[in-house]
Design a protein around this ligand. Structure first.
Ligand SMILES: Nc1ncnc2c1ncn2[C@@H]1O[C@H](COP(=O)(O)OP(=O)(O)OP(=O)(O)O)[C@@H](O)[C@H]1O
Ligand SMILES: [Mg+2]
Length: 234
């Protein structure tokens, strides 16, 4: 089966070669865990291969995002990457064609429609929504959210793009049941030291490394040590 690289070698090894293309995955983690970095690394891998990539930010404005990501050597001005600022403080009011932020970010249906319009116009193979939390908060009713999220996945899946969604660790787990895979970035305190561990909790259609493995954020981005263990002597 064809696999798509996450841009992180050690993580690809944990995934038995990479993600299965055309599906949606969730990256969960606490603040500063590296969700944005990992998602961006996935897109950078795509741009290197000449693929078109779409990144939608709901929290971090594009100006600071570019600044932060440039420290890892990620070129967000690459012609193959489209950045969409859907933050409340975003300078651009118009996001996609004729959809305004105010409407777009307040309704998941409008987000879905806007993305599919974008996909009709351009052949994106990688998409990131970072984080999902903001759009999730627009739907209070759980059943309604589940339906909307499923409709979103169904609509997007027609386009064969591989999608990464990020979310906070605390968020309840509706999405986890509906996406094809879940990758968690965990942080564990041990005798005053913070250990960072990456764990795949779900990967439909594939076997995977079920162990929690150490990862680091370096000046090149996320590095996963797939042959190491997080806890010694356990
Ligand atoms: N060169 C570096 N070496 C080590 N750590 C770094 C380096 N550059 C940035 N960092 C750390 O990497 C993290 C970047 O995290 P990133 O923005 O990807 O996290 P996030 O999970 O998206 O956070 P948030 O929840 O705030 O969106 C920050 O905690 C930052 O301190
Ligand atoms: Mg982030």
């Amino acid at each position: 089966m064809k696999r798509i690289s996450t841009g992180v070698e050690g993580l690809d090894k944990m995934l038995n070669g990479g993600l299965i293309p055309g599906r949606a995955y969730l990256i969960k983690g606490g603040p500063g865990a590296g969700k944005t970095t990992l998602a961006m690394q996935f897109l950078m891998e795509g741009t290197k291969k000449g693929e078109k990539c779409l990144y939608i930010t709901f929290e971090e404005p594009i100006s600071t995002l570019k600044e932060d990501m440039s420290k890892f050597g990620f070129d967000l001005d690459h012609p193959n990457i489209k950045l969409v600022d859907a933050t409340p403080v975003g300078e651009k009011k118009t996001i996609f064609a004729d959809v305004l932020y105010e409407e777009f970010a307040t309704s998941f249906e409008k987000l879905t429609r806007a993305i599919s319009e974008e996909l009709n116009a351009e052949n994106y193979s990688r998409i990131v929504i970072d984080p999902l939390t903001m759009i999730r908060l627009t739907i209070i009713d759980e059943l309604e959210y589940r339906r909307t999220f499923m409709a979103f996945l169904k609509t997007i899946s027609k386009y064969k793009a591989t999608i990464i969604l990020t979310s906070e660790l605390r968020d309840s787990d509706i999405e986890e049941y509906l996406v094809s895979g879940v990758i968690e970035l965990r942080s564990i305190e041990e005798r005053g030291k913070t250990l960072r561990g990456i764990k795949i909790t779900k990967f439909r259609g594939s076997t995977f490394d079920e162990e929690i493995r150490p990862y680091k954020i370096t000046d090149k981005g996320i590095e996963v040590y797939h042959q190491e263990v997080l806890f010694h002597g356990v």
